[in-house]
Structure formats: structure tokens, C-alpha cells
Design a protein around this ligand. Structure first.
Ligand SMILES: [Zn+2]
Length: 244
């Protein structure tokens, strides 16, 4: 009898631990009112209260779920004037009537499948008008991810634009340089530029085992003309990197 009670007690504790773990790992999003710097009107904007990442990132360093599912909170969007920014309370200088221009409203004529893609593309246009190259590149990369999620074929075009904009960004450290190379090779392959992948990376060498393995993995995919999405876990398995 005593044993049964003990076991029930243990189960209860385990259940409690499970529930706590679940709560701690949940993505929590709340709305907060923000006053738009462009039009002065106030609207609720989603803010991320907590999240967690489980699993390996994609080969272009896109985070694994759950963090990747928080993209709807990465940018504010004013429902009144259409201004997009990481915080719409912060004013930036834009050409007159930029937010009302056809270029901005139609995303330069790109008919994206998802509203989230439009939001990141508009942030790219604002960053470009404002001369912020880093934000320009990041907005395009994120826009490509949302295109992938929506199965939008514009992902290829957006990745090509991201590659162009990458030429204007500089790596400040060895790690940053590696990250840019990882993004570059994935952008090239996933925009179907297999020959360029091989041409640019065939003689590539690096002391970092994981990094070098990812490049080799990408080269193999390029030879097979495979433009699919893969994760770092695929590389770890391919090269037995976790068997220490
Ligand atoms: Zn506004």
C-alpha cells in the first residue's frame, strides 16, 4: 500500500516537472501599445515575452523551432500608415511620402503570398532608402524564410537580392566571416546557382571541423542540384560529428 502511494506521489511530481518544463519552454507573445513615429497614432504591437530553441539550426543559421515561430514579433507594423520597424516608436528619416509610394505599397510589384513576407520586404525597402546595409541584408534573409514557410516561389528572387545586398556588408570578426560564408553558400544553392557554389567554394579550407563539414555538405548538395532546406543536424549525421 505504501509503495503505491509513493509511486503515485512520484508520478505527480513528474507531471508537475513536465508542466513546468512546458511552461518554461513556451513561446509567449503579448501585445503592447506603441505610438507610431511616422503618423503619431497608437496601435497594439506584439512583443515576445519568452521563447526557446530546440534542435539544430538550418544551414543558413535559421533558428530551430520554437524561436523561428516568433517571426511575427520581430517587426512592428503600423496599421494606419504602414510604417514597419523593429520599434515603430523610433523615427527614421525617409524620403517624403515614401510610405505612400507604389514601390513601398506593392513591394516593388512582388506579390508575396504571406503578409509577413511583405512586412520584411518593406523593412528591406526602408533600410535601403535609409542606407542601412546590414538591416537591408537581414530583412531580405528573413523575407526568404517567410517565403519558404508560405511555399512562395519568390524565395528564389529574394535570395538573389540578399546575395547582392550581402556585398555591402562587412564581417568584423573571424566568426562573423564564417557566418557570412555559411549564409552565402546556402543563399547561392537555394537560389539554384549550383555552379557558383562549386566555383566559389570548391577549394575552400578551414580548421573548424563543423564549419568545414557544412561547406563540404553544401558542395555535395550543389553537385546533385539539390536546392532543398537542410539543418546542421543533417551535417552532423553525414560526417558522424557527434561521435566523440
Ligand atoms: Zn503610423
Amino acid at each position: 500500500m505504501h509503495k503505491v502511494t509513493e509511486s503515485a506521489d512520484k508520478n505527480e511530481k513528474q507531471m508537475f516537472k513536465y508542466q513546468t518544463d512546458l511552461l518554461l519552454s513556451m513561446t509567449i507573445i503579448r501585445d503592447f501599445d506603441r505610438k507610431c513615429a511616422a503618423c503619431g497614432k497608437t496601435s497594439p504591437q506584439p512583443a515576445l515575452m519568452s521563447t526557446n530553441t530546440w534542435g539544430y539550426p538550418d544551414l543558413d543559421l535559421r533558428p530551430a523551432p520554437m524561436q523561428r515561430d516568433t517571426m511575427s514579433t520581430w517587426l512592428d507594423e503600423c496599421p494606419y500608415c504602414g510604417y514597419v520597424a523593429s520599434n515603430i516608436e523610433i523615427e527614421i528619416e525617409l524620403p517624403k511620402d515614401f510610405l505612400k509610394s507604389d514601390e513601398y505599397l506593392t513591394c516593388e510589384g512582388n506579390e508575396f503570398k504571406s503578409d509577413l513576407s511583405k512586412r520584411f520586404y518593406r523593412n528591406y525597402l526602408i533600410s535601403k532608402a535609409n542606407g542601412d546595409h546590414e538591416s537591408e541584408f537581414q530583412s531580405l534573409l528573413y523575407c526568404a524564410w517567410t517565403c519558404d514557410d508560405a511555399e512562395d516561389e519568390l524565395a528564389v528572387k529574394v535570395r538573389k537580392l540578399a546575395l547582392k545586398s550581402m556585398d555591402n556588408t562587412d564581417a568584423e570578426s573571424a566568426d562573423e566571416k564564417r557566418n557570412l560564408s555559411l549564409m552565402r553558400i546556402d543563399l547561392l544553392r537555394r537560389s539554384l546557382q549550383f555552379e557558383r557554389v562549386i566555383e566559389e567554394f570548391k577549394d575552400f579550407k578551414d580548421d573548424d571541423e563543423v564549419f568545414y563539414s557544412i561547406i563540404r555538405f553544401q558542395l555535395k548538395l550543389a553537385v546533385n542540384e539539390d536546392s532543398g532546406c537542410y539543418t546542421v543536424e543533417d551535417v552532423v549525421k553525414e560526417f558522424n560529428l557527434d561521435s566523440e
